[in-house]
Ligand binder design. Sequence first.
Ligand code: FNR
Length: 179
Amino acid sequence: QQTRVAVLLGSTRTGSLNRRIAEHLRDHAPAGVTVDVVEGLDTIPFYTEELDGETVPAGASTLRQAVASADRVLAVTPEYNGTMPAVLNNAIDWLSRPYGAGAIVGKPFAAIGATPTPYGGKWSHEHARHSATIAGALVVEGIVVDESAVEGDPLADEAAVQRLLGALDALVAHEPIAA
Ligand code: FNR
């Protein structure tokens, strides 16, 4: 029985540090775990109830199906102006509706990622966890990996790679990261 993890990427940048992390987790997931990076988050219009009816924009439908069929949700995201990028916030908004029955409801969730700054996206991850909680996800407490001061390659530091893979393991196990 595979555990399926849907990754929500907070960056749409070519050469994104966070995409490289997400793809590394996808390509090095442990046996029994399938990681899918949800593509096209930047094609989804900003959430408004007028767009959310019997039909929804194609990207939103893809996002909802990807998360509905996943067992876990992992946000891998940088920080913009002290919070999560709008593309990730919008994805969480789409996943939060229909109210009480959104695709993210009841899904174990964690937020991790990297920035080149000394802050490591701490606020972004905190805010993503908060928003996901309000949206109905089950945020797994204690999964905190805010890779800071990343110079170029977020995978160059083996200890960082192990922290990131450890976060994936913890989310799959639905447990805090072992100290
Ligand atoms: C940033 N960046 C940033 N970094 C941070 O740690 N805290 C912050 O508040 C911000 N704010 C911010 C705003 C905007 C508009 C941009 C474009 C960037 C820097 C950011 O962490 C850096 O660009 C990352 O490399 C972006 O992640 P990806 O695209 O490499 O995954």
